[in-house]
Each structure stands twice: as structure tokens, then as C-alpha cells.
Design a protein around this ligand. Structure first.
Ligand code: FES
Length: 149
């Protein structure tokens, strides 16, 4: 069911832990399964991610995706990290069972939420980064138009 890479990252997670005084911290949860993922980023003055760590209270696929996605963003600039999507993460793991794809989404959301925290603290804007949604049961209706006229 799981690829060898998923098993490897699940059994030997990389970058597990916390970063003190992190440049950005992101916490996301999946309301469906209740799993929680927390990502810590250490970002240097040039905007390069020096270190990334995670704590995941969740399923094996969530642990494996946190592990590999932290590996994938270390050494990248903030802007490059924005390009790491759950698709890349899933591919890097040689795929995930269809039922587990939402778990990889958690990693992408956690990274973005940590980047958002970083941007807030620095008072900067990261291209393409939107405010993370705290409440996943609520959907934004920014584009709701009641075409009444
Ligand atoms: Fe919840 Fe995988 S089952 S993140």
C-alpha cells in the first residue's frame, strides 16, 4: 500500500522537533481526521530557509509528508519554497494511496502557514501567499456575487 520511501520517512523521520525562536511557525489541522501538523522555519536575512522542523500528531502519511517536505524546503528561498506543492511532495514519496492525498495537503498548508507567520513578523509580502484559513469549516466567499441587476 505504501511506497518504500513513505515507509522510510515514516520509520526514520527527518527534521522532527522544534526550533526555538523560529522565524515562522505554522500550525494546521485536518478537521476530518483530527490530525495536527506544526512546522518551524528558521529563515536567514537573505530569505533562505536555513532549517525546518516539524511536529506531527497524525497518521503515517502525514508524518512522511512532513518529513520529506521539510527536507525539500531547506536551502530554498521563501519564494522557491512556495513552489513546493503537495503534488511535488507526493511525487517525491513515489506516490500515496488516494485516500491519503489529503495528508500531503496538510504539509503544504503547514509550510504556507509558517511562511505567513514569518511574513507577518517581518512585515513583508510573499508573492502568491494567502492568509491561511484557521477555520477549515468556513469557506471564503470573496468571489460571491449575487447577480441581481
Ligand atoms: Fe489525517 Fe492523514 S489521516 S492527516
Amino acid at each position: 500500500m505504501y511506497s518504500e520511501k513513505v515507509m522510510d520517512h515514516f520509520m526514520n523521520p527527518r527534521n522532527m522537533g522544534e526550533i526555538e525562536n523560529a522565524s515562522g511557525v505554522g500550525l494546521v489541522g485536518n478537521p476530518k481526521c483530527g490530525d495536527i501538523m506544526k512546522i518551524y522555519l528558521d529563515i536567514d536575512e537573505a530569505g533562505v530557509i536555513r532549517d525546518a522542523k516539524f511536529r506531527t500528531f497524525g497518521c503515517g502519511a502525514a508524518v512522511a509528508t512532513s518529513s520529506i517536505s521539510t527536507e525539500m524546503i531547506v536551502g530554498k528561498t521563501v519564494q522557491q519554497a512556495m513552489e513546493v506543492t503537495n503534488k511535488h511532495v507526493t511525487e517525491a514519496l513515489d506516490g500515496l494511496p488516494p485516500l491519503k492525498v489529503h495528508c500531503s495537503l496538510l504539509a503544504e498548508e503547514a509550510i504556507r502557514s509558517a511562511l505567513w507567520d514569518y511574513a507577518q513578523k517581518k512585515g513583508i509580502v510573499i508573492d502568491g501567499l494567502e492568509k491561511p484559513c484557521d477555520d477549515h469549516d468556513h469557506h471564503h466567499h470573496d468571489h460571491d456575487h449575487d447577480d441581481e441587476d
